[in-house]
Design a protein around this ligand. Structure first.
Ligand SMILES: [Mg+2]
Length: 285
């Protein structure tokens, strides 16, 4: 084909030929929620997710932000990951980012922002009263219902030790917790209230939610929101993952760890070095 005497190459029909327009910065940090996203509530990572996270750490940095305290990170996450040569690329933010851990040969706490004694008393009494007034106090409670995590106080309506089978069916649609939160809001006007996990409500200082953790990742590590990708199981209004999306991070709602595993595989397939073929099911070693 010629045009004004010049040889013009035949047009290709491949839709991806040529540079893509408006390409965003490549994703460099994958941020995950823990409970209900990487692992079942208060339970360890599956072998599959542990294998995929290890592979993902070879591709990009990873951060985990959870309402859970540091011991939960050790039990649910680190115990399943073993000794990982890329831990220096893994950032752990317990209690919604009010604490920050990173690895330099061992895990170190960079900071922790805790409640005063007076704030603690106000929150605990308000949680007890809201639970009572809502009429949703459970007839059976496994372990303590209220847990002080230093910079966050959490009400787990069925108790900290409740079996997952009990917790799963209790408030899957968040209706019960929304009712408790309605009673709680006038009692704690100066605190942030978020629903998370399967039966829990988290109280933090105002402005302390997962978006705060995102801001800390930007401050401490210099990432931009454009470079981050987030996956969580509570990305909806009132959900404890919602502030991340509100902060402008590309956010993927997942139904649970199995779906998270598929998302991680997709990211490795697109951004990884291609050293390993993506397979189904994931081959665990
Ligand atoms: Mg969650």
């Amino acid at each position: 084909m010629t045009h004004q005497g010049v040889q013009v190459p035949k047009q290709s029909h491949r839709p991806t030929d040529g540079p893509l327009r408006n390409v965003r910065p490549p994703k460099r940090l994958f941020v995950f929620d823990l409970d209900g996203t990487l692992a079942p509530s208060k339970s360890p990572l599956s072998r599959e997710v542990a294998t995929l996270l290890t592979a993902l750490l070879r591709t990009m940095s990873v951060a985990v932000i959870s309402g859970g305290a540091w011991p939960q990170f050790e039990k649910q996450l680190l115990a399943q990951l073993g000794n990982n040569e890329h831990f220096e690329r893994l950032y752990l933010l317990p209690t919604n980012g009010t604490q920050f851990y990173r690895y330099d040969g061992e895990w170190r706490e960079l900071y922790a922002e805790n409640f005063s004694d007076e704030e603690r008393r106000t929150i605990v009494s308000s949680l007890e009263r809201a639970l009572d007034e809502s009429g949703l106090a459970a007839p059976r409670v496994w372990g303590d219902a209220i847990e002080d995590r230093g910079s966050q106080i959490t009400l787990s309506v069925l108790g900290q030790e409740a079996p997952l089978t009990e917790k799963k069916g209790w408030d899957a649609d968040f209706v019960k917790r929304t009712k408790i939160v309605d009673h709680l809001k006038p009692l704690l006007p100066n605190f942030a209230i978020h629903m998370g996990g399967t039966t829990s409500i988290d109280i933090t200082k105002p402005g302390i939610d997962k978006a705060y953790g995102i801001a800390k990742l930007i401050d401490q590590l210099g990432f931009s929101t454009d470079e981050m990708l987030f996956a969580g199981d509570a990305i909806f209004e009132g959900g404890n993952d919602y502030p991340v999306q509100t902060a402008g991070v590309d956010s993927i709602l997942v139904t649970g760890p199995d779906e998270t595993a598929r998302v991680i595989q997709t990211v490795i397939a697109c951004l990884g070095d291609g050293a390993e073929q993506i397979t189904a099911p994931v081959v665990t070693t």
